[in-house]
Design a protein around this ligand. Structure first.
Ligand code: ZN
Length: 284
């Protein structure tokens, strides 16, 4: 008996060839749908060449992009989270922590340390979104506050890179207390006249934006990053009004004076260097 024609087509060589393409070599832009070659995307620092969409990248990659090669030295990496409330939702907090630690190789969602930008020393901290949505619990708050104090004591500008959904609900009120702690550390920077540059990436929201991340002397955001306290749907339901176009995007924040610059990732280092130079005492 002959094989039906449709079966022959579905088993044809072109289909076989498609399956041979190794996974992850081609990626679809999450914004415009353009199919992009991974190697090219990596060289473009994970920015879509067609629509300028900025893919989310790991915290560590920002250190590579912003800091002079080999200049980063991590600090306070031994701080690890506890579960003081014995919290459980669909999973226990301890299980969530273990899974994130295994996935990222980090103890918690913040990486902090020192490095230099074109020779200018800075204290720097970044949030890792793939660790429980970059959420701020006790360890994240403590590390951010400590790196700010470190920068202040050593008279180095402080730079933070934010990528977060906000406070970590699994630590309840202890997470909310980090808002006061980190904002207090910023107040000490202000008092001692040490510059603080806050870089916001997609997304930078809720308890983190409502504390230290919006308190930078200079606020820089990546294009199209979602910024805000509550999400757009919650606001729309609460006020019962249509929200304007581009509401809560970086460009909207720029238009309304909440950020100072919207800078594409490729220009982030030179923009940061310019800002740091501006704050450097003459002759340094
Ligand atoms: Zn795109």
């Amino acid at each position: 008996m002959s094989v039906p024609w449709y079966r022959r087509i579905t088993k044809g060589p072109s289909r076989q060839k498609k399956r041979d393409i190794p996974k992850g070599v081609w990626l679809k832009c999450k914004d415009c749908g353009e199919v992009l070659y991974e190697g090219q995307l990596r060289r473009a620092l994970w920015v879509c060449s067609k629509c300028n969409y900025h893919f989310r990248i790991p915290a560590k990659q920002y250190f590579e992009i912003l800091l002079d090669q080999g200049s980063f030295g991590e600090l306070y990496q031994d701080l690890s989270p506890a579960d003081p409330l014995g919290f459980r939702d669909t999973k226990s907090y301890v299980d969530r922590l273990n899974a994130s630690q295994k996935k990222t190789g980090l103890k918690d969602a913040a990486i902090v340390g020192t490095g230099s930008v074109e020779g200018i020393p800075i204290a720097i901290g970044a949030l890792e979104f793939s660790f429980m949505g970059g959420s701020m619990g006790s360890v994240v708050g403590e590390k951010i506050a400590r790196i700010m104090d470190h920068g202040r004591e050593h008279r180095m500008a402080v730079v933070t890179i934010t990528s977060t959904g906000g406070a970590r609900m699994q630590e309840g009120i202890l997470s909310l207390m980090q808002m006061a702690k980190t904002a207090g550390a910023v107040a000490r920077l202000v008092r001692d006249r040490v510059p603080f540059v806050s870089i916001l990436t997609h997304p930078s929201t809720a308890g983190v934006l409502a504390s230290y991340a919006s308190l930078g002397d200079i606020m820089i955001a990546e294009p199209k990053a979602l910024l805000g306290f509550a999400g757009p749907r919650v606001i729309q339901r609460t006020i019962g009004q249509e929200l304007p176009d581009g509401f809560q995007r970086a460009e909207f924040f720029l238009d309304h004076g909440m950020v100072d610059m919207v800078v594409p990732r490729k220009e982030l280092k030179s923009a940061l260097h310019k800002v740091l130079r501006f704050f450097s005492p003459p002759g340094e």
